[in-house]
Design a protein around this ligand. Structure first.
Ligand SMILES: NC(=O)c1ccc[n+]([C@@H]2O[C@H](COP(=O)([O-])OP(=O)(O)OC[C@H]3O[C@@H](n4cnc5c(N)ncnc54)[C@H](OP(=O)(O)O)[C@@H]3O)[C@@H](O)[C@H]2O)c1
Length: 306
């Protein structure tokens, strides 16, 4: 089969002939129709072994259902995620990481959901009920951020969106449910979903209400130091920082399939927009990766396996 594999040379992916995946008993073989790009996996490409399969999020059709009888049947349209190997004609996907697609949900919109959507959903679930609470989403114009703004709004929070360029993104973010769009953290919040890290993470820590929570998503470089005014954190009694790593979350909770299904239903009902900003053939992967890394697109980039 053909797959996009990692290369050390730019653009760090190449379409190559590789062996078909050999699914384990609990894995279904999925014929991939579309996959989305996530900043984290794109940034990680140069450090992957030369020629290794890559890619997390996919939508497609079950080519062969799992041998252990779990999961969707052969022929079902599905969305799912894998640790590596989604950017390929075929992928072996654990059945507990798959959900059947509603008929009205396109492959492209579905493929945009898994990593970014589940990260935003888990971040809100860590916080618990946010009805009427003050939620700040940083990196709000990005893939995770746009899901977080929409889901927090849908859950009844008063959402503040932090964006680098307020003038350019205010209309978009208000349309997704943000009550306020800011470029600095001035107010205090019950929950901060931080998809930026660094200085922004530090400011978030200083701006928590009592029993507030910062969900830390965006780790900086290994040696990056972050400093914050301790008094800001100290006066927020019971405040916490929760470091969320999606693979750990997925391993710890047996709800990935149902969570994916929830996201699909929200999209199908028109209550969540996956914000697909770029759709292309996977043969144009280099240009799509570049558009994501140089921030010419926010939201999600989806490539079709055509
Ligand atoms: N922990 C996990 O399990 C997990 C899961 C998914 C993602 N992540 C991480 O979460 C982060 C966001 O992921 P993503 O897929 O949403 O990436 P993305 O689509 O590239 O979005 C990043 C967002 O952050 C904004 N941003 C970057 N630097 C900023 C700054 N200094 N001030 C304000 N805004 C800034 C960008 O705005 P501009 O467009 O203006 O630059 C963009 O809106 C990444 O670091 C990713 O690795 C972690």
């Amino acid at each position: 089969m053909l797959a996009l594999t990692a290369t050390s040379a730019r653009p760090h992916v190449a379409l190559a002939e590789v062996p078909d995946p050999a699914p384990l008993p609990h894995e279904a073989l999925v014929r991939v129709r579309a996959f989305s790009l996530n900043r984290g996996e794109v940034l990680g490409l140069p450090s992957r072994p030369e020629g290794s399969p890559t890619g997390w999020d996919l939508a497609g059709v079950i080519e062969r259902e799992a041998a252990d009888g779990t999961g969707p049947p052969t022929g079902a349209r599905v969305v799912g995620l894998v640790a590596a190997g989604a950017w390929a004609e075929l992928a072996a996907v654990p059945t507990d990481r798959l959900a059947v697609l509603p008929a009205e949900l396109s492959d492209a919109r579905a493929a945009a959901l898994p990593t970014a959507g589940l990260t935003a959903l888990r971040s809100l679930e860590v916080a618990g009920l946010v009805l009427g609470k003050r939620v700040l989403v940083t990196g709000a114009t990005g893939g995770v951020g746009r899901f977080a703004v929409q889901l927090a709004y849908a859950a009844g929070a008063r959402v503040t969106a932090l964006a680098r360029d307020v003038a350019a993104s205010e209309e978009l973010l208000r349309g997704l449910g943000a009550a306020d769009v800011v470029d600095t953290v001035d107010d205090d919040f019950d929950l901060v979903i931080d998809a930026v890290g660094g200085e922004t993470f530090a400011r978030a820590i200083e701006h928590l209400l009592p029993r507030g929570l910062v969900v830390n998503l965006a780790t900086g470089a290994p040696d990056e130091m972050v400093s914050f005014r301790a008094a800001g954190f100290d006066r927020a009694k019971g405040a916490r920082i929760y470091t969320l790593n999606l693979p750990d979350e997925l391993a710890a909770h047996a709800s990935t399939s149902s969570d994916l299904a929830r996201l699909c239903t929200l999209v199908a009902e028109g209550r969540l927009d996956p914000q697909v900003e770029l759709e292309e053939s996977w043969r144009e992967a280099a240009a799509a990766l570049d558009a994501l890394l140089t921030r010419r697109i926010g939201g999600k980039a989806v490539l079709h396996v055509d």
